[in-house]
Every structure is written in C-alpha cells, then in structure tokens.
Design a protein around this ligand. Structure first.
Ligand code: BGC
Length: 815
C-alpha cells in the first residue's frame, strides 16, 4: 500500500493522505539555517546548532506524534468554523482534499475545506538565515468569503535541552517585542544577548493583531487543536512576560468567488553586531534596524518567487553533476534525485536532527562525517574539503580521534571521548575520496593542528600517516587491531567484563586498556593502507608506498590466519580471547561487517575466500528486506559482548538489517563480478522500490533508513531512523561507482560497470574535475574492454581527465 507517489518531473514526493504511518519529513535550509518539516506541518527550525540555537519548539516522542510546528489556521468568520490546512494540529477537522509535496529543501502543503483552498509553501532561501511561508488562499465557493488567518510558532528559548528541563528558570526569562507587525523573540540566552528571532507578515492593513503568550492564545488547559483566540476570531495583542512566548499574527482575508490571496510569513534568526552585546542589562535592545530591511525584502511576493526559483536552480546545478538513465526507474530516481539529496542533508546535519535524532544528543561523528562525504564530494568538493579540515583538526597527536565533535565550536567532544579504534582510519578514506574526485594533491600539504592546539600544525598528509600508525601501535594477541571501546559497530563492546560475578561494568579505561581485537578494523586497515600507499606513491614518497603496501599485506595475512573461519571472515576476539562471529559460537556465528570490509580491502580476492564469504552471506544473512547484521541473533544479554546483546533479536545491531552495511556487500559482489547479486541486494533496500509496501516499511519511501527490522523481529521489514545515516552515502557509492561503475580514480574517471545480466547498458552524465562526460555503456560482455573517447579507442576502462569546461563523449564497450 502507498500513501503517495513520486512526481519525477518536479522532483517531489507527493503524499496524498495526511495519516502516514509515521511523520514523513523533509528539510529546509542548505547552509546555516535549517529546519525539519513533516507532511502535516510539524517540525522546528534552528540556526547552525540544533541544540544551542533552536528557534522553535518541538515535542519529541509526544502523543499525538509530531506536535509543534509551523501551523497556520484558517477561520471562516461567517460560521466560526476553523481548521489547519496542514491537518495537524486540528486533525478532527476533516479536509475535503489534502496534498503534501516534499521537494528539494522545500515543502508545499495544500488542502481544502468547505470550498476554501489553502496552500503553504515553506522554504529557506539561499544565503539567508530565515524561512518563508507563502500562504495562498483561494475561494472556490460561489459566494464571497470572510476569513481570518492565524499564523503560529512556539519559540524555543535557544538551548533546547535547557528549554525542555529547566522550568524554574525558563518560566521567567521569556521576552518579546512587537514592532510594526513583526514579533521579535529576544529571550536572553544566559548572560548573552547577541541573537534573536523574528516573525513577520506581509499583511498590512489586514493585520488585525498578534499574540505572544501561549496560554492566552490557546486558552487555559487547551491544546493547539482548539486555540481560544482562533475559536473566538480575535487576537489579544498581549505581550508575553516569561512563561511560553509564541508568535501569532491575525490577518483578515476577504475573498470574492474564485479569488486568491497571498500572505507571506517570515521567520528568521539574527545576531546583533558584536558591540551591541554591551548594552546595559535591562535595556533589552535588539538591533531591529539592521534586520527590518531583510524581513521586508522577504515579505515581498516577487522576491519570494525569485528566492524559490534560485533554490530550485541551486538543486538543478548540484544534481546535474551526475544523472543516469538506466532500465530501472527506482534506480534512476534515487540516483538522480533522492539519494543525492539525502547525502547532502546528511552531510549538513550529520546525525543531529531528524524525527529520530533530537538535535540535542550528538555532535558530528568522526567516522560518520568521513563516510558521509563519500556521497556528496562530487557535488560540492569544496565543502568536503572544509569538512575534512575540521575533522582532521580534532585528531589527537597519537593519531587517535574524538568520536564526535561539536559543530559550533568544531572541538572534539569530551563527553563521548575516544577509543573507538576504527575512527582514525576513516579519515584516510575521506581524504582519498576527495583526491580521487578533484586530483588536488596540494590538499595534503595543508597545515592542520592536532586537537585544535595552536602551534601543533602538521601537513594533512601527516595526519593520515598517524592514522595508520594508530592502528599499528595497537595490535592484540593475534596481531589483529585492538578494538578499544568499539569499532564501526558501536554496540559490540568486547572489553566489557566483570571481575566480580554479578557486578557488570564497563568503563572507558578498561575498554581502551582491553585486549579485544577486531577483524573489521583489520579489513579497514588493509583498505586504508592501500589507499595511503597509492597517495604516497603519487607524492613521490616511494619508500613509504612500499612500507604501506607491506603493512597492508601483512595485515591481510593476519586476517587469513586468524580471521578466517572456514566459510566466512570472523568478527573479533573478545577480552577473554574468545572468537566472535565463528561456527564455534552458539549465537552470533557470522557477521556482515567483516565480509564486506575485508573484500573491499581486497582480502580473499585471489584465493577464493571472498567468493566463499559472500556465498555465506547470501545463505545465512540475506532476507527479502535486506541483509541482516548477524546470525543467529543473541537471545539474551551477554556482558562480554555489551550493548549488541541488549537489543531484542532482529533490532538494530542485534541482527537487524543495518542498512549501512548492505552496500559493502553490494560492492564486494561487484568486485567478484556478481552484478546480479549486487543489484538484487541494492533493490531490496532501495526505498523507492519498497514504496508499494509502505504499510510494512513505514518510513519515507524517498530516503534510506538506518535500520529495517531483521528476520528475528516480529515486525520484519519495518524501517526506523530514516534520513541521517551512513546508508545514504554508501548506497550512492555502491550503485553509482560499483554497479554502474562510474568511479573517480586518481588518474581519471573509471567506467567499470558490473551490471545485472538483463541490462543492455545505460547512459549517464558525470561532471568530473570541471569537465562533463556523456557516457554510454553498451555491449553484452561482463566487463568494459575498451572505450571510445570522443571517437578514439582506448583499451581498458580509464578515461583520462579532460580540461575544465570540456564536454567529452564516452562510449564504454562490453565485448
Ligand atoms: C552510528 C555509526 C555506527 C553505527 C553502527 C550509528 O548509529 O552513527 O557511527 O557505525 O551506528 O553501530
């Protein structure tokens, strides 16, 4: 069953009923000002940091779901009937029709009731710190309509965590000011008064009034479903002192039959110039003169239209960097639009803000951000560059990494700490992806500090060297890398142990001091060391190239010796030296991660182990809904394994389909030449291909989810944690670079598709180092044997880089 459909031409997903299984959300903003918006108008906005600069309130895990939003109410002043065109927060008021169009950084929600149609377009214009709501109301009745519009937002007192917990303070701090129809929210943020929010409307003569105190607007003990002010049809013009400041405008709209009226609302964020901070306490000055022109500009209809057109052009340009025409519509729309879009959203927001991430919990992940950039580096390499420099500057002098850093300060996050021993290696893969895409090897000479300490700067290249060294300095009893607190799998905590029976514990100290080893990190090391060897070679550091190659080979040997279980790669050795992910175990006999990453590192490609491991995955881990993380699921908690065994079987890391890992297997399958299997796995978790089973899948059919419940779960096939997941980047890499095979390489653009057997070929356009490549893949052979580059034959599959601006025709022939 579906709840909508794709409009491929408009690049929108059109939801045609409001009661989707879960809120189906979208994102506003492209740079510094962001928000989430659901298909029923729920969501919130923030400036840069969802925790510390939150503009509006949202109530996570609330009943009903998804409350707090950008709500507009329409009131029929002749009958007193009122409703919200976004369905929420007035779901009892039935709509005659409803449609939500989620597009690229904008959402349009339209509906009708009693012959009145209202359509609201929400978007945040480029290069501004504000969002626009353009409301169009149409009278489809045969007689005139006397209506009122009420806008509404509930302001958050900036620090979302404090806002939701510290009421003894916060019921006293709320401050607003209303000047010429603009509501300024200027609650001080602790001792500082350097930023404020504003909420304005284009209505002038028709502006009847405003409200700023929530309980007055709603009425005592009422909810957003029946605000007293809306019910009575008259704003109270009351200024909030403390309690819960809100913003609401009351606008009267008179409409002749067939007439449409447009009213614009602008919600935004501003900072006072630095010296304004020193206004005497109590003067409550905010610099309105500076922002008023900005507000006025965006209240103008023509400017709104231009801003919206610019936003669409921005996306045209970004998505134009790679488009494909394959025989599969689900592949096309994911690659050309939605997967690419998700990659950029994930890059911007890391794991901070979604329906599942509260915006207060997490910073930017070291490993996460390095992987996220794999999915967007071809669209905006300069932002990947910036991100890499931020991440690398948090690396510690011993090569280790903070697991997360804070987006506002760009400092390592001490609360989470370090000791996730895979973290540093991802930096090598992130940098390698940037170099492959851009060819800009001078990047490696960029001075970057360690742990943000001034004076500690070393070339970026040295950071990569120390990343490898970090692993080599931490090898365990079998010569495999120590796992520390965890590797990619945050929940596999193998240094959990108890000296005293009945007293389980795990501390950072004992975790990083423990001797548990990870085959996953070993595979990742082989991959990273080979990458760094190539990079060293290209820098003319031949000696180092040899050393890194030898280190990779040695580690590959250790994997074969201690990490091979007979039919698949083992997962780890725990604190006690017990093997994990082996036929010797009663549960957790085979894990997906090492099968993927070892093959990606090239381990087992020459001796048949890779094929065997992948066959084992197909036999033991693959389900119709995707490949589960391990089998058999753990049926009870085991201290020596940690958090993984705390999940019920089939969920999350305990044998859920952790979608992030599936593309590793897809890529591995292409590496052994099995295009059918790679593509089959790709389709199993492709959200668009799962659209028909939306009532089972439940999350948005236009973006990947982190997890789908595994075969041990009673809700097998149900997705959770959509949007912000490494799944986005890795699936994009798997389909575009390995299955379709358009893969940036250090020396040029490789065209190396490994396609499903039924495909005659496909076409693609790919921007690469400033040139555009128009690619046609044809022929019926398994692999590309030669290319025609602007008609000239080149044996093999590597297209040499053309000068910037060139348009190059490439025919890739599979003989
Ligand atoms: C984290 C990743 C981690 C994955 C598996 C995600 O929630 O963001 O860093 O690799 O879980 O545990």
């Amino acid at each position: 069953m579906r709840y909508g459909q794709f409009d491929d031409e408009q690049r929108e997903y059109v939801i045609d009923r409001p009661d989707t299984p879960l809120p189906w959300i979208n994102y506003l903003g492209t740079d510094a000002y962001f928000g989430i918006v659901s298909n029923t108008g729920g969501g919130y906005s923030f400036y840069r940091d969802a925790r510390l600069r939150r503009l509006t309130r949202y109530r996570y895990n609330n009943a009903p779901l998804d409350l707090g939003g950008r709500y507009v109410y329409v009131r029929d002043d002749e009958t007193g009937d009122y409703w919200s065109p976004s369905w929420q927060p007035t779901p009892e008021r039935e709509l005659d029709d409803y449609e939500c169009r989620h597009g690229l950084s904008y959402t349009k929600i339209a509906s009708s009731r009693g012959g009145i149609r209202a359509e609201t377009l929400y978007f945040a214009p480029l290069n501004e710190t504000l969002e626009v709501w353009r409301v169009r109301v149409t009278n489809n009745r045969t007689k005139k309509a006397e209506l009122s519009l009420f806008s509404s937002v509930e302001f958050c007192l900036w620090d979302a965590q404090d806002d939701a917990t510290n009421y003894q303070r916060n019921f006293n701090t709320g401050q607003v000011e209303v000047v010429d129809g603009v509501i300024y929210h200027k609650t001080e943020y602790r001792e500082r008064r350097d930023h404020f929010a504003y909420f304005g409307t284009s209505a002038k003569d028709d502006l009847q009034g405003f409200d700023t105190q929530r309980e007055t607007f709603l009425g005592p003990y009422r909810g957003w479903d029946r605000p007293l002010v809306v019910e009575n049809g008259t704003a109270k013009n009351e200024i909030a002192h403390g309690w819960q400041p809100i913003g609401s405008h009351h606008v009267r709209v008179h409409l002749e039959p067939g007439e449409t009226r447009e009213v614009v609302f602008v919600l935004g964020y501003a900072e006072n110039p630095k010296d304004d901070k020193f206004d005497p306490p109590g003067s409550q000055t905010i610099n309105k003169t500076r922002v008023r022109p900005v507000i006025d500009r965006w209240l103008d209809s023509a400017q709104v239209q231009r801003g919206f057109d610019d936003l669409r052009a921005y996306w045209d340009q970004l998505l134009g960097s790679l488009t494909v025409q394959t025989p599969d519509g689900d592949t096309n729309r994911m690659v050309n639009v939605w997967n690419a879009y998700q990659c950029l959203v994930t890059f911007n927001l890391s794991r901070s803000t979604s329906f599942y991430e509260s915006g207060i919990g997490r910073g930017m992940g070291f490993r996460d951000s390095n992987q996220d950039l794999l999915g967007f580096v071809h669209m905006i390499p300069e932002r990947a560059r910036e991100r890499i420099l931020d991440i690398a500057a948090t690396q510690k002098a011993d090569g280790g990494a903070y697991h997360q850093y804070q987006p506002l300060t760009k400092r390592g996050n001490n609360d989470i700490g370090d000791g996730f021993n895979d973290d540093p290696l991802w930096l090598i893969l992130g940098v390698a992806a940037y170099l492959r895409e851009t060819g800009d090897h001078t990047f490696l000479d960029e001075p970057v500090p360690f742990d943000n300490v001034e004076g500690s700067e070393a070339p970026l290249y040295e950071h990569l060297q120390r990343s490898l060294r970090y692993t080599l300095d931490r090898l365990g009893p079998h010569g495999l890398p120590l796992i520390g607190r965890a590797d990619w799998n945050d929940c596999l905590n193998l240094n959990c142990f108890s000296d005293t029976p009945g007293e389980p514990f795990q501390t950072t100290e004992n975790a990083s001091g423990g001797v548990a080893e990870s085959v996953f990190i070993a595979g990742l090391f082989v991959l990273a060391a080979k990458e760094l060897a190539v990079i060293a070679g290209l820098r003319g550091q031949d000696g180092e190239e040899v050393v890194y190659r030898a280190a990779a080979e040695k580690m590959a040997g250790t994997i074969t010796e201690h990490g091979w279980d007979g039919a698949w790669f083992r997962r780890a050795y725990d604190f006690h030296g017990t093997v994990i992910g082996s036929g010797e175990n009663d549960e957790g006999q085979i894990f997906i991660e090492p099968q993927g990453i070892c093959v990606l590192g090239g381990v087992g490609l020459d001796d048949g182990l890779a094929v065997k491991a992948l066959d084992s995955v197909a036999e033991r881990l693959a389900t119709p809904h995707g490949i589960v993380l391990q089998q058999p699921a753990y049926s009870s908690y085991r201290i020596e394994l940690g958090e993984i065994s705390s999940y019920p079987p089939g969920y999350k890391e305990n044998a859920g389909i952790f979608c992030h890992t599936n593309p590793w297997i897809m890529i591995a399958e292409t590496m052994v030449g099995n295009g059918d299997r790679a593509y089959d796995y790709y389709r199993r978790i492709n959200p668009s291909a799962r659209e028909e089973i939306s009532e089972t899948h439940r999350t948005e059919p236009y973006v990947y989810a982190q997890m789908i419940a595994g075969r041990d779960a009673p809700t097998h096939g149900e997705a959770k944690n959509s949007w912000l997941t490494g799944t986005a980047a890795w699936n994009f890499v798997a389909i575009t670079q390995w299955i379709l095979g358009i893969r940036p390489d250090f020396a040029g653009l490789r065209i190396d598709p490994v396609l499903p057997s039924g495909w005659p070929g496909f076409e693609a356009t790919r921007g690469f180092r400033g040139a555009t490549y128009e690619i046609t893949v044809r022929g019926t052979g398994a692999r590309v044997t030669y290319l025609l580059v602007d008609g000239e034959r080149i044996d093999g599959n590597l297209v040499p880089p053309a000068p910037p601006g060139a348009v190059v025709r490439v025919e890739a022939i599979r003989e």
